[in-house]
Ligand binder design. Structure first.
Ligand code: FES
Length: 138
């Protein structure tokens, strides 16, 4: 497997999805972010209006951690590490799940639970709250 880290100078990479076909937009790459520290409390990840209800966006924290933010309802968001717990590739939203392009693990968007291996551990949750119209770490 060839791993290529998603590059680019932007602090944030945003992937939106609008259905199963959007998985082609994947950043199918090993993250190389296993050592990225968790986000500091109070870091603004994304504006709430950039995350339509039912959809997910992928963001990169100022420390380089990759996080998937899902708006599960009008008022509720869930943030999960986007680093696959199997071997560290970056998961992407695909249909109703988060999917790892490397070996096919699938995770629940609502809580990171493993839906399909080979990953055995859930995606770690990143604690966030909505503050002044933005998703902010706590
Ligand atoms: S790295 Fe994700 S399934 Fe292997």
């Amino acid at each position: 497997m060839v791993c290529a880290h998603p590059s680019g100078p932007s602090r944030r990479q945003v992937l939106t999805w609008a259905g199963a076909g959007a998985a082609a937009l994947t950043l199918a790459a090993c993250s190389g972010e296993e050592d990225a520290p968790p986000p500091e409390p109070g870091e603004r990840l994304v504006s709430l209006d950039e995350v339509p209800v039912g959809e997910s966006v992928s963001v990169r924290t100022s420390e380089g951690a990759e996080v998937v933010v899902t708006r599960v309802s009008e008022e509720e968001v869930v943030a999960l590490s986007a680093v696959c717990t199997h071997q560290g590739c970056t998961v992407v939203r695909e249909a109703e799940d988060l999917s790892c392009p490397c070996h096919g693990s699938r995770f629940a968007v609502a809580d990171g639970a493993v839906l399909q291996g080979p990953a055995e551990e859930p995606l770690p949750r990143v604690e966030v709250r909505v503050e002044s119209g933005a998703v902010v770490t706590v």
